[in-house]
Design a protein around this ligand. Structure first.
Ligand code: SF4
Length: 121
């Protein structure tokens, strides 16, 4: 490594100038309609959870951010959100006890568990 290289980030840790994402992706399964678009785009990030038939993230580091953004763009009901990791942990914990409402209820009438602040991310 020459002296020019030493001024460049040498890892993924953001505090050292690296490029690790400081947010995670989360599907609001109360809103998801199970269309599978996201699972076809970011195949290493999303899968269809078999019990409720909604998309879920199984790997935060499976795809590059651009591909996850493309998956978000394909979502017809805008239920894929970026959350900071503290909020992501809270949402994943809350999801463990949730009972998903029927897909027969229109998305606009379903209860969302995502706060309005998070929706703008
Ligand atoms: S694209 Fe949206 S609605 Fe379709 S499965 Fe993925 S999260 Fe659900």
């Amino acid at each position: 490594m020459n002296s020019a290289d030493s001024s460049q980030p040498n890892g993924f840790e953001p505090e050292l100038g690296g490029i690790w994402r400081q947010k995670g992706v989360f599907v609001d399964e109360n809103i998801c309609i199970g269309c599978k678009h996201c699972t076809h785009v970011a195949t290493n990030t999303f899968y269809i959870e078999p019990e409720y038939g909604r998309a879920r993230v199984f790997n935060q580091d499976g795809d590059i951010e651009e591909l996850i953004e493309e998956a978000r763009d394909t979502c017809p009901v805008n239920c894929i959100h970026w959350l900071d990791y503290t909020e992501l942990k809270q949402m994943e914990d809350a999801r463990r006890n949730q009972v998903i409402q029927s897909l027969a209820i229109p998305p606009a009438m379903r209860r969302s568990q995502i706060s309005p602040k998070s929706r703008s991310k």
